[in-house]
Ligand binder design. Sequence first.
Ligand code: SF4
Length: 464
Amino acid sequence: MPAFPEASAAAVRDSQLRFNLRKATHTIRGKRAAVVGELDDWAELRAAGKAIKDETLRNLDRYLLQLEEAVTRAGGTVHWAADAAEANRIVAGLVKATGETSVVKVKSMATQEIGLNEALAAEGVAAYETDLAELIVQLGDDWPSHILVPAIHRNRAEIREIFLREMPDAPRDLADDPRALAEAARLHLRDRFLSARVAVSGANFMVAETGTLVVLESEGNGRMCLTLPETLISVVGIEKVVPTWRDLEVFLQLLPRSSTGERMNPYTSTWTGVTPGDGPREFHLVLLDNGRTSVLADEVGRQALRCIRCSACLNVCPVYERAGGHAYGSVYPGPIGAILTPQLRGLDSPLDNSLPYASTLCGACYDVCPVAIDIPSVLVDLRAKAVRAGGHRAERAGMRAARWLFSREVRLARAQRLAGRLRRFVPGRLPGPGAAWTDTRDLPPIPEESFRDWWTRTSGGAKP
Ligand code: SF4
């Protein structure tokens, strides 16, 4: 993909997309603010969430081993995957060992991150998404553009068109109202749920002390996937572990309020290994690294691993609201994507190198983040790394020139005087790469006399 400015150009010109994004993000934003405002101890909850995540990340090796032991004790099998290829290989092998050629899926960022659906398709296994928004994305041969609402860029009329085109069982007189669309999806998915023998999920949290996995969702599709099939495979990033159930309690309050703007999400499913006569007979947990340990090694950037994927930062971001999610070229769009993707993938591609600049640094993302990730600080740190990694030549040259100018007082004074004399010849629009700056900003007028000279003249020669 091209760098973020080019990748976002089409979205910025698409007025329908901007209308959809604005309407959806402002609605969720309002709901979040209302339910967060109900709690007197929100600041304390937020601080507790941050502290629990930090302590867990500091001792991640210990908690992961504790988790593995607990899952194994409960009858599950733990697999460790260093990267996407290994995780995909493990999951494909497990599915093929069951003899099945299809799986049902619970919405999962981790499996999107590793491209699991495509990897399974290459092995002859069809993966069916069961979350409504993910289903819309999959049927539309599209990409998710929001963490919580992957089809946020689609409106009802577009969804109706996709259903009529891709769902043979959809009624031909399907209306574009939410109830009719949800009912069509429900009927379409029912057969899949009842015939599926293997399910693939992610998890919002993993409790180390008991080996329990937790999924929060709104539609009940997750509950069906987690309980009906005979084999359940969960692919989860290693940063999703929390030490105890008491720790989990904090996140069960922070997450629903921050994501859907609800006091409590409709379905919270938990499962621990296997239980004879109840739920899947086989359970596999694939613990995914895929760049997370190198993020953990970075003192500034590691706070991104605190993220609980609530999407509150997306809903308040002025850049995301205009550019949409596709321009970020990753399953993690918006402010969290701008700091997580370049850390997970590196800064080598034009897109990943430009992502730390996809922000105004206004700080709205930090204000709403339920685990207090200081996204602006990580962005600034990543910008320095992006410059060091190459690219941004104009910026580097500009900074070098500024250092040369500002490092000697006499040099700066002379430059100011010269600029004052030549002020009539300074163009309103800069040439070359500088044009990108003046296209959207006015150059401030250069004063005839600098402050330094004015001071010296009016204070009898005293230096400023
Ligand atoms: S960075 Fe914070 S606000 Fe954004 S998705 Fe993660 S937890 Fe939510």
